[in-house]
Ligand binder design. Structure first.
Ligand code: UT7
Length: 343
């Protein structure tokens, strides 16, 4: 059985930087820079221009990851696309990425399978579990795994929506997961979910239990109430569960692999809130300098946070071959996961 390792990383964030003060000045949101920084650590985030979707961000990140893996796009055997903000209800963003990468063009067309992962902030780790299993099974040599989100077009950028709207940003991260005979790569992954909390963090938009699934006005035009259109969150409950589940997911990884935090060189935590991550680190006595963070600059990019972190850490030289890393995520569902990788 081959090992599955991350052979290439890439990321792309849109150039438009939106500071906390711009949320106040441009969108008239009743908040302060101090409130956002103190509660979350976020100083700014990126917003896409009109007309840009998650697969547009993903294609830039993916091309970088493929180039850094030293392979051709035609070597990719499968696409796994994690997002909670696909362009449309269906099909998922994976097929859009496949087409934009030029994998259905001309004589070189590979028509690789495209799988969409719908696990919100844990999407990258659910995707990594899927991609590494595909590679280890021997069925696929190189899987392109992407996390990409366009949140800004679906945020309630007003005082009414401030609890959620101040937290999220747009971006994409990608990795190539490849087969190797070397003694390295994904050493294990552990996933979990608790469906009792499915309504605690949710963006419903429509309800297919109802007929019609979106209420209609007299002209037959769909009317989406803001509570359905925009994400709703019980922040404190999410915070408490995030801390508990992230600690649990790390403990599971430690116990399954006989590890302590001293043996882990770097920790890549999902970037939802700097305070959550520092609290988790403090409970486990992980030194803060082992935490890789970028929430200050990008906010919460959901499925994209961990692959962006990885790509930045590789690019800056902080993450090097031979290091042992741990990744942990928690998000809506609730869903969570952890993974240990020998880089
Ligand atoms: O990606 C995974 C999912 N997301 C998370 O993991 C997020 C987890 N939760 C959190 O990070 C925190 O709960 C938040 C940062 C979202 C909120 O922090 P909090 O300390 O739990 O605040 P709160 O929601 O309890 O609100 C406290 C006060 C409220 O005012 P009152 O009722 O005390 O007068 C809110 O209306 O802060 C108010 N508030 C704001 N004030 C200024 C809420 N959002 C804002 C805001 N600016 N953006």
């Amino acid at each position: 059985m081959p090992n599955a390792y991350i052979s290439g990383t890439g990321f792309f964030v849109p150039p438009n930087v939106v500071s906390n003060d711009q949320l106040i000045n441009d969108f008239n949101i009743d908040t302060t820079n101090e409130w956002i920084v103190q509660r979350t650590g976020i100083e700014e985030r990126r917003f896409v221009d009109n007309g840009v979707g998650p697969s547009d961000l993903a294609v830039c990140a993916a091309e970088q990851a493929i180039a850094n893996a030293g392979i051709s796009k035609h070597d990719i055997g499968m696409i796994v696309f994690a997002t909670l903000s696909p362009e449309h209800s269906f099909p998922g963003s994976g097929v859009h990425l496949q087409r934009k990468l030029g994998l259905c063009d001309g004589a070189d067309a590979t028509f690789v399978p495209a799988l969409d992962v719908r696990n919100q902030c844990s999407g990258f780790l659910y995707g990594l579990a899927t991609a590494s299993s595909m590679v280890q099974s021997g069925n696929v040599k190189h899987v392109l795994l992407v996390g990409a989100e366009v949140h800004s077009h679906a945020l309630d950028l007003s005082t009414r929506g401030r609890t959620v709207a101040t937290l999220f940003g747009d971006g994409a991260g990608a990795v190539v997961v490849s087969a190797t005979d070397e003694d390295r790569g994904v050493r294990g992954w552990w996933l979990g979910a608790d469906g009792r909390h499915a309504d605690v963090l949710t963006q419903k938009i429509w309800d297919t239990r109802q007929k019609p699934f979106i209420p209609l006005d007299e002209q037959g035009v769909g009317q989406v109430h803001p509570e359905m259109m925009f994400a709703q969150m019980d922040g404190k409950l999410v915070f408490r569960n995030a801390v508990e589940r992230m600690i649990g997911a790390l403990f599971t990884a430690y116990s399954k692999k006989g590890l302590t935090h001293e043996q882990i060189d770097l920790f890549f935590f999902h970037q939802a809130n700097l305070r959550i991550n520092q609290y988790v680190a403090d409970q486990l006595k992980i030194p803060h300098d082992k935490l890789v963070s970028n929430i200050q600059r990008y906010g919460n990019t959901t499925a994209a946070t961990i692959p962006i972190l990885l790509a930045e850490a590789v690019e800056s030289g902080r993450l090097k071959k031979g290091m042992k890393i741990a990744m942990v995520a928690f998000g809506a569902g609730f869903t969570w996961g952890s993974a240990v990788v020998d880089w």
